[in-house]
Design a protein around this ligand. Structure first.
Ligand code: FMN
Length: 782
């Protein structure tokens, strides 16, 4: 489809007139020289797509490319908004040839009766969602689990073939064939000639997303034509007996039930597109991931030493260096993207690789951080109704490949080489990946038992919040008879993660199931140490008891985080800090920060007696008469109603302590401006699910186009995960805030202790682990 010339008048000029060139956008305006030079078939784009469009991401995030005839979108929020609205931004051009081919090449394709049409990826609503729903079941985590042993067995067998050679081209010797074999199993297709299918897949990529030269076009057309015919033959054979496992067979069986939804044309197109989609993306993604990790030896060493880091490392590699750098959409009406007018009929190239390096969404976006908490926000799998259906199969394969290679070849390194890519906009991975190692050092020679150990694969999105790190207990020191201070350092002396006042860490108290949160109460400026203080609760659930009784200096400990749901707003005019008992811990770093910034503040600290109150001397030295100690046995209770009698504009109150104290404070602050009071809870019973007292409700997922029922005995979080929707979660009790989802309609019954009063009243977000619908339905932005 050509961009209509008539659409020029409506649109404002989107470009920088100071940097003129001869090139014209469809608006008739000249485009900037960099937009004019943009060419995604250049090697510079192939080598590093986010770097190639850094200028655009920073200065001209939506621009028209005259060479391509597309509008190019480069920022995270804009691309997510495009994916989210698949009516305004139609996917119908996703499989169109990006480079129109010669008459001769078209004639070759026609001679094979080539008729690639709608699959899922390029189908508009309402046909798309009806079909997606009918065909979804084999992609659910439950169904995918059955494939894990086959993937593992294949990965091992391929490593066996080269492990004693001391060198390999991982792409040629493993990363193409294993995903291709897995893809064929998944589809239910008998194993065909692997080399031929690989060549066909590359031809399909070049035909659809490449810029083949005229002489190349004929060769490509023959390969694509043959691929089309082969797909037809496989389908015909499958139709004779569509029983047994495999997604294509499942599709044939569903055709009998829903002939208008699962059409013949769909099945033939999908057979061909499916073979490509299911393996080329995974093969490229794994090659990209291995290249990236081997180029970052610290990250490689860390995953070799601790395979539990692999699921998030996979996600971070998909973010940093994914295999699908860009995708396409068609604007169906005049619309704005990032403030730029886009006329109806415009074609869009949305560069997800650029979104994934957008500093506005990812801190230190260019850095590879395998513990990054929001790695899985990447857009490599797309987003919304068309999000990659095979994402969890790809994640599983990548985890298994990394696990096998890190365990068996931790001493592997990249050879000197230059990397080449097939020039095209959308499928990207090195054509070869040469690695070498000393076979004499293969760990399994000294320790054959190593081959038996297997780390569990995580099917679905990993939670970056769930990534643990090992630390060493440097010192343990009693602060009172019930509270002890722990100083934690890195085992190799490296700096600890950075944190801000209000942050806490999760400590694994002996087993991963017994995880407890502890606020950081040291100095954020000290990069080497994390300090926590733990109150012994003998009648508790066992976490604090374990810390007090089992832990010794020199022990290793697993922690997660830091995370912060109690952020200190440094713009406050005045701050009142109120701490009760062990609730002093998050307040310590905040009060120090207020002092550093010269903010007017007061610190009120209550306890049963001075002897039970940790850090008193240190606080008194630092804060002098800004510290007010309220010791119960001295008859000096904190009188909140007197302290907070008159609301003051610009004053913030930060409070942490026992539940009763916090409830009393909430009452006293009822007449204060909204959100003046900011609270951290250490405990909550509000989120406990009692099926007898609950009712079932429906959730409509706007972006995915499905409706899920949440039974009385299930949390919203579990219901979403059961429907293959990724939502992060950590504490599961409504304390930590990691499972927040956005709500578009329906009244929420909030059960968490994270949201502020005004956030609850706004009724536009909720914690999926514990909060529910007040009525019978909610609509979520998922
Ligand atoms: N307990 C402490 O003793 N010190 C802390 O600094 C501390 N910080 C916490 C921060 C947050 C965000 C939360 C949710 C809880 C915090 N707690 C803290 C409470 C502990 O996580 C835990 O509930 C307590 O040690 C009792 O655990 P137990 O019942 O397993 O013994």
């Amino acid at each position: 489809m050509n961009i209509p010339a008539s659409s020029t008048a409506a649109s404002a000029c989107p470009v920088d007139h100071r940097a003129l060139s001869e090139a014209r956008s469809p608006t008739g305006c000249p485009v900037s020289h960099r937009a004019a030079a943009f060419d995604p078939f250049e090697d510079a784009y192939q080598q590093d797509p986010p770097e190639y469009v850094r200028w655009a991401r920073e200065e001209e995030p939506v621009f028209f490319s005259p060479k391509l005839g597309y509008w190019v979108v480069t920022r995270y929020d804009d691309i997510k908004a495009v994916f989210r609205d698949n009516l305004t931004f139609s996917p119908s051009i996703a499989l169109e040839k990006i480079t129109p081919t010669s008459e001769e090449a078209n004639a070759v394709l026609a001679s094979y009766n080539y008729a690639m049409n709608r699959t899922l990826v390029n189908e508009d609503e309402p046909a798309h969602m009806a079909r997606r729903r009918v065909l979804m079941e084999p992609f659910t985590p439950e169904a995918l689990k059955h494939h894990e042993p086959m993937v593992r067995e294949l990965a091992r067998a391929y490593v066996d073939r080269f492990i004693d050679d001391g060198k390999a081209d991982l792409v040629d010797q493993m990363l193409w064939e294993v995903p291709l074999t897995v893809a064929l199993h998944f589809l239910g297709v008998p194993e065909e000639d692997m080399d031929m299918l690989r060549q066909y897949s590359i031809a399909h990529t070049v035909n659809t997303w490449g810029r083949p030269r005229p002489e190349e076009q004929l060769k490509v057309a023959h390969a694509v034509g043959n691929f089309w015919q082969l797909a037809g033959k496989i389908l015909d054979k499958m139709r004779q007996d569509p029983s047994g496992p495999g997604w294509m067979k499942y599709g044939i069986r569903k055709q009998a039930e829903y002939p208008e939804v699962v059409t013949d044309s769909y099945l033939h197109s999908m057979m061909m597109a499916g073979i490509v989609a299911a393996h080329e993306t995974t093969a490229n993604a794994t090659a990209n991931a291995l290249k990236l990790l081997l180029q970052h030896p610290t990250a490689w060493r860390e995953i070799c030493e601790d395979p539990s880091l692999i699921p998030n490392a996979v996600e971070e590699c998909l973010r940093h260096n994914g295999s699908v750098p860009a995708w396409r959409r068609l604007a169906t009406k005049d619309v704005q993207i990032g403030g730029i007018d886009i006329p109806a009929g415009s074609k869009l190239l949305i560069v997800m690789a650029s979104a994934n390096h957008d500093q506005r969404h990812f801190d230190d976006a260019d850095m590879l951080d395998i513990r990054r908490a929001n790695s899985s926000d990447h857009l490599t799998f797309g987003y919304g109704a068309h999000q990659c259906m095979g994402k969890n199969l790809a994640r599983m394969e990548m985890q298994i490949f990394l696990e096998e290679l890190t365990r068996r070849l931790p001493h592997m390194r990249l050879c000197e080489q230059s990397f080449t890519y097939v020039p095209n906009t959308s499928f990207r991975g090195p054509e070869h990946l040469l690695v070498e190692w000393d076979p004499a050092q293969n760990p399994e020679r000294a320790n054959p038992a190593l081959l038996e150990s297997v780390s569990p694969v995580r099917i679905g999105e990993p939670s970056g919040h769930a990534i643990s790190r090992t630390v060493v207990v440097d010192s343990i020191e009693p602060l009172t008879s019930e509270i002890m201070r722990l100083r934690l350092v890195a085992p190799d002396g490296r700096p600890m993660p950075r944190w801000l006042p209000g942050s806490h860490i999760d400590v694994e108290c002996g087993t991963p199931e017994l995880s407890r949160q502890y606020s950081l109460c040291g100095d954020p400026a000290d990069p080497a140490t994390l300090e926590i203080a733990v109150l012994h609760e003998p009648e508790g659930r066992g976490g604090s008891r374990w810390i007090h009784q089992a832990l010794k200096p020199g022990d290793r400990l697993k922690i997660r985080g830091p995370r912060n749901h109690f952020r200190f707003d440094e713009t406050a005019k005045k701050v009142i800090f109120i701490a009760g008992g062990i609730g002093i811990t998050p307040i310590i770093a905040m009060a120090r920060r207020a002092r550093e910034l010269g903010i007017d503040y007061a610190l009120h600290y209550s306890g049963r007696s001075r002897a039970t109150m940790a850090y008193l001397d240190e606080l008194s030295k630092l804060h002098g008469d800004r510290l007010h100690v309220h010791a119960g046995d001295e008859g000096r209770r904190n009188d909140f109603s007197a302290l907070l009698r008159s609301p003051e504009a610009g004053t913030h109150i930060y409070a942490c302590g026992p539940l009763r104290m916090l409830e009393a404070l909430e009452q006293c602050c009822a007449s204060w401006p909204e959100d003046a009071l900011r609270i951290e809870h250490f405990e909550s019973s509000r989120g406990t699910l009692d099926p007898a007292k609950e009712h079932a409700f429906e959730v409509e997922l706007k972006d995915s186009g499905i409706t899920v029922t949440v039974p009385a005995g299930q949390t919203l979080l579990d219901a979403l995960r059961g429907a293959n929707i990724d939502v992060q979660s950590d504490c599961g009790e409504g304390l930590c805030g990691s499972c927040e989802v956005r709500v578009l309609a329906g009244k929420i019954d909030h059960r968490d202790v994270v949201l502020t009063r005004s956030e609850r009243e706004a009724n536009n977000k909720m914690m999926a682990c514990c909060s529910r619908a007040a009525g019978s339905k909610l609509t979520l932005e998922l």
